[in-house]
Design a protein around this ligand. Structure first.
Ligand code: T46
Length: 149
């Protein structure tokens, strides 16, 4: 899938902003799609989505150790902040053909700008609670340890 440039995104290794394929079905709206191992570099083992969230809500405050993900927002507007301890970037998901591919451990926070915006995630693995880091100080240690190897 085509990478779409926003300069700041290239500042963090393991993040790409991606244009999801979009088919315009004339007069009847649009259809978006992506395929595992073709458009994103992993097999999709799990899909989850977050619904019924009011504007002004923050979620996240964690990182994943190994999980790879494509985040996308088929409806609404959600700001995703990604942090690798050296830098933080902020990406707004405001179009169904926009996706954030995350391939490295990054701390993330998501902010709902519009009521009932939907955040969808295509993930490379099943749900494992051990894959989460939910304390920033531990995330920092984890990244420093990875960098020293
Ligand atoms: C992420 C961001 C973008 C499950 O039981 N199974 C699942 O597959 C998932 C994803 C979550 N859960 C449980 C774990 C918690 O008890 O659902 C509850 C809410 O999860 P959490 O507080 O982690 O939700 P968010 O919105 O902070 O984070 C979620 C994902 O967990 C995470 O992988 O990257 O969305």
């Amino acid at each position: 899938m085509q990478k779409i440039g926003e300069d700041s995104i290239n500042d963090i290794d393991g993040v790409s902003l991606i244009k999801i394929h979009q088919v315009l079905t004339q007069g009847k709206g649009n259809l978006q799609f992506f395929e595992g191992m073709r458009d994103i570099p992993f097999e999709i083992k799990r899909i989850y989505y977050i619904s019924n969230v009011k504007a002004g809500i923050w979620r996240g405050a964690h990182a994943h150790k190994t999980l790879k993900q494509l985040l996308f927002c088929p409806y609404g507007k959600i700001v995703v902040n990604l942090n690798n301890i050296a830098k933080e970037i902020s990406i707004t998901l405001d179009s169904p053909d926009k996706g954030i591919l995350i391939e490295k451990p990054l701390w993330r926070d998501m902010f709902w700008k519009i009521d009932n915006s939907i955040l969808c995630v295509a993930a490379s693995d099943y749900y494992f609670v051990e894959d989460y880091i939910r304390e920033y100080s531990i995330f920092k240690q984890y990244i420093e340890q990875l960098q020293s190897q």
